[in-house]
Design a binder for this molecule. Structure first.
Ligand code: SAM
Ligand code: DTB
Ligand code: SF4
Length: 345
């Protein structure tokens, strides 16, 4: 083990870690270069100091406005500039959103996340989203929205509406960013996150791995997140879902072990944040997901749909949590009756 990596965190000492906001790229690279078992041990040890290791938070996601987005994000099915086949939908009516949120609550989700394919919301659209936030909170759920860039004033209005979390991802490193998105800058993203933080809304911010980035980009993106004035309360780590018709379709996939390493490093840098094993779970084996939880992931999206792509079936997640002894409020797996299931009628 390199000396610098050894001195960063000492899992054998039980003193709670102090939160740092001054991570250097060299220190973060040293974590990535640790032997896999040492890295996971450090991450899991820190995880246990801050969280119940067998508890996973569950959110459900709904696309409230789909497709026809003016931005050119190279990974996204919803960009009007990409050729992905996505059924466009205008902003959903309030009653449909309430119905979906109630269903998510009945299925055990504690947070309802609503995503819109906008560069930024107009004030008129924000009024409608605010009605949704108030209604979903009325069901007793936490709320999260991701609507693109916000102004300072819009952030304050969302806070007044009672919004719990705002999701706005950095997506990748500042160095690789221009290869992925050209219609808004990395600094635009930092500005929106500052408005959200200053409005006292919990920040949900992370990114995507598996977009053809170098390890140095993973280091750099995680450094940006960890060195923010406050760590994001929630850090979604997405594995790219490759979508036909997007420029990133066909890019080299990330090695699952490197993805797990990235989760572990996120856990070590931001020990008190929820780390969400976000998009890409459909493409992961159960064993990869189990190692992500061991590395410190403690939140997922639950429900068979993300925004425009599939998420694991609810039954599958119930079985996986049961096999791993993970507690969440989602329904237990159906009892094994010993009878083979028959697809015949
Ligand atoms: N339009 C808003 C925005 O970009 O901020 C909100 C919705 S956008 C779809 C939310 C996030 O989903 C993106 O920032 C990106 O990190 C993630 N995402 C989108 N498409 C993805 C894909 N194909 N694979 C993995 N993550 C993806
Ligand atoms: C996040 O970081 N991942 C979610 C949520 N925040 C909005 C979105 C994943 C989208 C995956 C591709 C799709 O379904 O279109
Ligand atoms: Fe639009 Fe968001 Fe997709 Fe980018 S990620 S194209 S901003 S919906």
């Amino acid at each position: 083990m390199s000396e610098s990596a050894q001195s960063l965190t000492s899992p054998s000492e039980t003193a709670p870690a102090t939160l740092r906001h001054d991570w250097s790229k060299h220190e973060i690279s040293a974590l990535f270069e640790l032997p896999f078992n040492d890295l996971l041990f450090q991450a899991q040890s820190l995880h246990r100091q801050n969280f119940d290791p067998n508890q996973v938070q569950v959110s459900t996601l709904l696309s409230i406005k789909t497709g026809a987005c003016p931005e050119d994000c190279g990974y996204c099915s919803q960009s009007a500039k990409n050729d992905a086949e996505v059924e466009r939908e205008r902003l959903l009516p309030l009653d449909e959103v309430i119905e979906k949120a109630q269903l998510a609550k009945d299925n055990g989700a504690s947070r309802f996340c609503m995503g819109a394919a906008w560069r930024n919301p107009t004030d008129k659209n924000l009024d409608k989203v605010i009605d949704m936030i108030i209604a979903v909170k009325g069901l007793g759920m936490e709320t999260c929205v991701t609507l693109g860039m916000l102004t300072e004033q819009q952030s304050k209005r969302l806070k007044e509406a009672g919004l719990d979390y705002y999701n706005h991802n950095l997506d990748t490193s500042p160095e690789y960013y221009g290869d992925i998105i050209t219609t808004r800058t990395f600094q635009d993203r930092l500005d929106t996150l500052a408005y959200v933080r200053d409005a006292d809304i919990n920040v949900c911010s992370g990114g995507i791995f598996g977009m053809g980035e170098q390890q140095s980009d993973r280091v750099s993106m995680l450094q940006q997140l960890a060195n923010m004035p406050q760590h994001p309360d929630s850090v979604p780590i997405n594995m790219l879902v490759q979508i036909e018709g997007t420029p990133l379709h066909g890019v080299d996939e990330i090695d699952p072990l490197d993805f797990i390493r990235s989760i572990a490093v996120a856990r070590i840098l931001m020990p008190e944040s929820y780390v969400r094993l976000s998009a890409g779970r459909t493409e992961m084996s159960d064993e990869t997901q189990a190692l992500c939880f061991l590395a410190g992931a403690n939140s997922i999206f639950y429900g068979d749909r993300l925004l425009t792509t599939d998420n694991p079936e609810e039954n599958h997640d119930q079985q996986l949590f049961s096999r791993l002894g993970i507690n969440s409020k989602i329904a237990p797996p159906p009892a094994d009756t010993g009878k083979a299931t028959c697809a015949c009628s």
